[in-house]
Ligand binder design. Structure first.
Ligand SMILES: Cc1ncc(COP(=O)(O)O)c(C=O)c1O
Length: 408
C-alpha cells in the first residue's frame, strides 16, 4: 500500500490532538486482536509482547472470558454494592480460595487495590496493633510503582511520577529494594505494613536477591507488621506461579491483585487477606460504585477458573525458560542485562547502540510490539497463550534489531 493511503498517520495525529499527553505511545493504531496477535487500522499484524502490561495474560479475547462477558451483558451489568447480585459471592469465594485467604474486597483499578491496602493497614494498625492515632507508618521500596493517586505518588521515587504533585501524603518510609537490613532498620513501633512488589515491574522487571522475600516475611511476623504484596503485575500466572511470592514459598498477609484479573475485558482489582485484617473495615468506611460489579465478577470468576487449571502458570514457566534462554544468547550482542521470571523479562539494551524507545520502534517495524521503560530497558510480557514458535519469532526480530548492521 502506498504511504499516503495509510490510515495510521491521521489516526495517530487525531489521538494526539484530542488527548492530554500523559503517555508517549508507539505510533501504531490497533483495531482488532485475537490471542497473541494485534491488527492495526491498515491491516498490519503485530505479535503482542506487552499484553497490556500483563492485563492480557490470557491473550486477547480469550473465548471463555468473552463468552462469560456476553452472557453477563445479556442479564445484569451493574447494581452497585447497595444490593447483592448473584455473581458476587461466587467470585469472592473462588478468588479467596485461589489466594488461600478468608476474604476478598473487589475494586476496579490497581491503584484502588493499593489504596485499599493502605487504608486497611492503617486501620488495622490503630485498632489491632495499638499504634497511636495518626502515627501509622508503611515501609516501601525505592523504585516502586504502585499506581498514580496522590497518596501513591507521594512515596514514588520516580521524579516523573511524583514531581509537582505535592503536597504529599505523609506516613511512608522508603528503603532500598532488596536490602533486608535497611528494611528491618526502618521498622519501628508505628510501622503497620511493608508494601512491596515481589518483582518490580515498571522498574524493569527487577527480581530481588534470593532470600529477600522470606526475610521480609520473617521480619513482618516478628515485628507484628503486615506484609502487603503488590502482585498486580507479577501475579496471576505471569512468572510461572499464581503469585510471584510463591517462588520462594512466601505467603504475604495481603495480596493486591489487578490487571489480568479483568481478563483484558474490564478493570477488576481486589485485595485478599484473612478476617483478622480485612475484618477491620465496617460499612461506610471504604467502597466503590463499580467495585465488584456483576460484569466484572462474571469475567473475573472465569479468570480465576482459568488459573485454577494451572495451565497458564505451566505455560509461563516452560515457555519462560525458552524466552530467557534466547535472551541470554543476546547478552554481549546488544543486550547488557536480562532479568525476570517466566514469561516476563526486562532487557537492558547497550545504550551505545540505541535507546529502549528506538528499539521498540524498530521492533514495531518488524511486527513486534513491546514497550520501553527507564531509558535503555525494554519489558517483554507476552500473553501466556503465546507459542514456542512465536517466542522464537520475537527473539529473531529482536536479534535483528540489535544487530547494528541490520538496524543501521
Ligand atoms: C505493581 C503495580 N501496582 C499497581 C499498579 C497500578 O495499576 P492501575 O494502572 O490499574 O491503577 C501497577 C500498574 O502498572 C503496577 O504495575
Amino acid at each position: 500500500m502506498v504511504d499516503d493511503m495509510l490510515r495510521t498517520p491521521d489516526a495517530v495525529r487525531d489521538a494526539e490532538r484530542w488527548t492530554a499527553h500523559n503517555y508517549h505511545p508507539l505510533p501504531v493504531v490497533i483495531s482488532s486482536a485475537e490471542g497473541s496477535w494485534l491488527t492495526d487500522v491498515d491491516g498490519r499484524r503485530y505479535l503482542d509482547c506487552l499484553a497490556g502490561y500483563s492485563a492480557l495474560n490470557f491473550g486477547h479475547r480469550h473465548p471463555q472470558l468473552i463468552a462469560a462477558a456476553h452472557d453477563q451483558l445479556d442479564r445484569l451489568t451493574l447494581t452497585s454494592r447497595a444490593f447483592i447480585h448473584d455473581q458476587f459471592a461466587v467470585f469472592c469465594r473462588e478468588l479467596a480460595q485461589l489466594c488461600g485467604k478468608e476474604l476478598v474486597l473487589p475494586m476496579n483499578t490497581g491503584a484502588e487495590a493499593v489504596e485499599t491496602a493502605i487504608k486497611v493497614a492503617r486501620k488495622w494498625g490503630y485498632q489491632v496493633k495499638g499504634v497511636p492515632a495518626g502515627q501509622a507508618n508503611i515501609v516501601v521500596a525505592e523504585g516502586n510503582f504502585h499506581g498514580r493517586t496522590t497518596t501513591i505518588v507521594s512515596f514514588s521515587t520516580d521524579a516523573d511520577a511524583r514531581d509537582d504533585f505535592g503536597p504529599y501524603t505523609p506516613g511512608f518510609t522508603v528503603v532500598p529494594y532488596g536490602d533486608l537490613d535497611a528494611l528491618t532498620a526502618a521498622i519501628d513501633d508505628h510501622t503497620v505494613a511493608v508494601l512491596i512488589e515481589p518483582i518490580q515491574g515498571e522498574q524493569g522487571v527487577v527480581v530481588p536477591p534470593e532470600g529477600y522475600l522470606p526475610g521480609v516475611r520473617r521480619v513482618c511476623t516478628e515485628r507484628n507488621v503486615l506484609f502487603l504484596a503488590d502482585e498486580i503485575q507479577s501475579g496471576l500466572g505471569r512468572t510461572g506461579e499464581t503469585f510471584a511470592c510463591a517462588h520462594e514459598g512466601v505467603v504475604p498477609d495481603m495480596y493486591l491483585l489487578g490487571k489480568a484479573l479483568g481478563g483484558g475485558i474490564v478493570p477488576v482489582s481486589a485485595v485478599a487477606a484473612n478476617a483478622d485484617v480485612l475484618g477491620v473495615l465496617k460499612p461506610g468506611q471504604h467502597g466503590s460504585t463499580f467495585g465488584g460489579n456483576p460484569l466484572a465478577c462474571a469475567v473475573a470468576t472465569e479468570v480465576v477458573r482459568l488459573l485454577a487449571t494451572g495451565e497458564f502458570q505451566r505455560r509461563s514457566a516452560e515457555l519462560g525458560e525458552r524466552l530467557h534462554a534466547g535472551l541470554r544468547e543476546l547478552l554481549g550482542r546488544g543486550l547488557v542485562a536480562v532479568r525476570g521470571r517466566g514469561l516476563w523479562a526486562g532487557l537492558d539494551i547497550d545504550p551505545a547502540l540505541m535507546t529502549g524507545r528506538q528499539a521498540c520502534e524498530r521492533l514495531m517495524e518488524r511486527g513486534i510490539l513491546a514497550k520501553d521503560t527507564h531509558g535503555s530497558t525494554i519489558r517483554l510480557a507476552p500473553p501466556l497463550v503465546i507459542t514456542a514458535e512465536e517466542i522464537d519469532h520475537a527473539l529473531a526480530q529482536l536479534a535483528a534489531v540489535l544487530d547494528p548492521a541490520a538496524s543501521a
